[in-house]
Ligand binder design. Structure first.
Ligand SMILES: [Zn+2]
Length: 155
């Protein structure tokens, strides 16, 4: 499915806990994730102003927001328990990469933007997944295909 692009209008009436931009973005993206996921154990929990609780993993998501002419990449964070992380990302090797990649947001965004701009087309299954239209450069895609992406992407 194609990536959803959000607009500032999506941020109104989110019912977020506090009225700040982070919480509004969290509320909008959590609603989006709940609608997309099937078989995810428990509820979608965004970090908001917290840090991840002990034993959980902070997972970034990229939210694309159209700001005038320009698509902007915004990062929101979800907290996942181990069983949730496993349901979301079944491949153990990809799961092991989550903390490392979560600390490399600027590079991930550059790769995302290069894919979006058409200046970088990864090979193999990473490229095929994008070409099929089934996938887009979400954090999950990036973490699953990281060995290929980091080898082939040269800014
Ligand atoms: Zn807030």
């Amino acid at each position: 499915m194609p990536e959803r692009t959000f607009t500032p209008d999506d941020l109104t009436g989110t019912g977020s806990v506090c009225g700040c931009l982070i919480c509004r973005l969290d509320a909008v993206f959590a609603r989006h994730l709940r609608a997309l996921r099937t078989g995810y154990p428990g509820t979608v929990t965004m970090l908001g102003h917290r840090t991840a609780a002990p034993g959980t993993t902070a997972v970034p998501h990229f939210l694309t927001m159209q700001l005038g002419e320009v698509p902007a990449d915004i990062v929101v964070w979800e907290e996942m328990r181990p069983d949730q992380l496993k349901a979301w990302l079944p491949q153990a090797d990809a799961r092991d990469r989550v903390p490392q990649l979560a600390s490399r947001i600027p590079r991930l965004i550059r790769i995302r933007q290069a894919i979006r701009a058409g200046t970088f087309t990864p090979s193999g299954s990473a490229g095929a997944a994008l070409a099929s239209g089934d996938r887009y450069p979400s954090f999950r895609y990036l973490v699953q295909h990281w060995p290929t992406l980091t080898k082939e992407y040269t800014p």
